[in-house]
Design a protein around this ligand. Structure first.
Ligand SMILES: Nc1ncnc2c1ncn2[C@@H]1O[C@H](COP(=O)(O)OP(=O)(O)OP(=O)(O)O)[C@@H](O)[C@H]1O
Length: 306
């Protein structure tokens, strides 16, 4: 149990008839960056709300720094920002950071924090005059101003343009480099790839995959072959196969060179071969959509899978 900053053990959460989480397990050890990925409605925000004490599980157990997350004392070393945050409109950016930082024993100095988040030029602007993306950057900056041991962010880059997204990624990497632990949710594998060392895929309220980024990447198809063939033998390198409405066969793989060699050596007759990158998000959708397919969905490595 030592070294775990947060943990969910067999948690379920019901909203009326909806089972938002279904016996899900999640451990957040000290020092890593964990990306929680999944499609809309997967249960990501619900998991975050349980870990940060905003909601109570219907069943199972949640711990934050060894205590109940609903107890304010357990949240003292937590930095978080809800998806929507109200900022005092008439205060200037620098004043808000000063104000929030003043609640902590050792806050990141305002100038340094604004610099890290690319907000220095906006220091004297009233928060009511910030764009949505700038407000988002500021709220995430406020989540780290107190040098929390754990930062939990729900879709931190939603609505940000490319530059702001890169700026935020850099700031989060800085936070991690100073010893911080980060849990973030995202719809985007790209974002998780850019930041996380560990990936947890959640769908239908269940944890489907919990592994290192590299291990997860090796299991999801990243390349797509299209071809026409009357008969194809079973090919080792195929992770997923489908016949499209236009009659072409789609083969998903993570090594298209090896699969093409295998295809040629099989002496199967084919025409119109095309090779392209499978969208990683598509690949994840195929992963999350195939809960019953053991070959595509590796066993979760979380503890105590129910
Ligand atoms: N307060 C609520 N009342 C009723 N149903 C809810 C509530 N909060 C979440 N749900 C339902 O629980 C399920 C999981 O929702 P959750 O917000 O955790 O998913 P998510 O993975 O964060 O989705 P998204 O990526 O769209 O934000 C969904 O079916 C959602 O409609």
């Amino acid at each position: 149990m030592t070294g775990l900053l947060a943990r969910a053990v067999g948690v379920s959460r019901r909203f009326g008839d909806t089972l938002a989480l279904d016996r899900a397990d999640l451990d957040i050890p000290q020092g890593g960056i964990v990306g929680l990925l999944g499609p809309n409605g997967a249960g990501k925000s619900t998991m975050i709300s349980l870990l940060t004490g905003l909601r109570r599980p219907s069943a199972g157990r949640v711990e934050l720094f060894g205590g109940d997350p609903r107890n304010p004392a357990s949240r003292r070393r937590l930095g978080t920002t809800p998806q929507r945050t109200g900022l005092p409109e008439n205060l200037r950016v620098g004043e808000v950071v000063d104000f929030v930082g003043a609640h902590y024993a050792d806050p990141v100095p305002t100038g340094e924090l604004l610099d890290r988040f690319g907000l220095t030029a906006l220091r004297r602007r009233q928060t009511g005059a910030l764009s949505g993306g700038q407000q988002r950057l500021l709220t995430v900056a406020l989540a780290v101003v107190g040098r929390p041991a754990l930062v939990v962010l729900d879709e931190p880059t939603t609505g940000l343009d490319v530059d702001a997204r890169l700026q935020l990624w850099d700031a989060l990497r800085d936070y991690h480099a100073t010893g911080g632990t980060l849990l973030l949710t995202s719809h985007y594998l790209e974002e998780v790839e850019a930041l996380a060392e560990r990936v947890v895929v959640i769908a239908g309220g269940r944890v489907l995959v919990d592994d290192t980024l590299d291990a997860v990447r090796s299991r999801v198809p990243t390349r797509r072959l299209l071809l026409r063939a009357a008969h194809l033998p079973a090919l080792d390198g195929v992770l997923d196969q489908a016949v499209l409405p236009d009659g072409r066969t789609e083969l998903l793989t993570n090594d298209s060179d090896a699969l093409v060699r295998e295809l040629v050596l099989s002496e199967a007759e084919f025409t119109d071969l095309e090779v392209s990158g499978a969208s990683l998000e598509e690949a994840f959708r195929s992963l999350t959509g195939r809960r019953d397919d053991e070959s595509l969905v590796p066993t979760s490595t979380t503890t105590g899978a129910a």
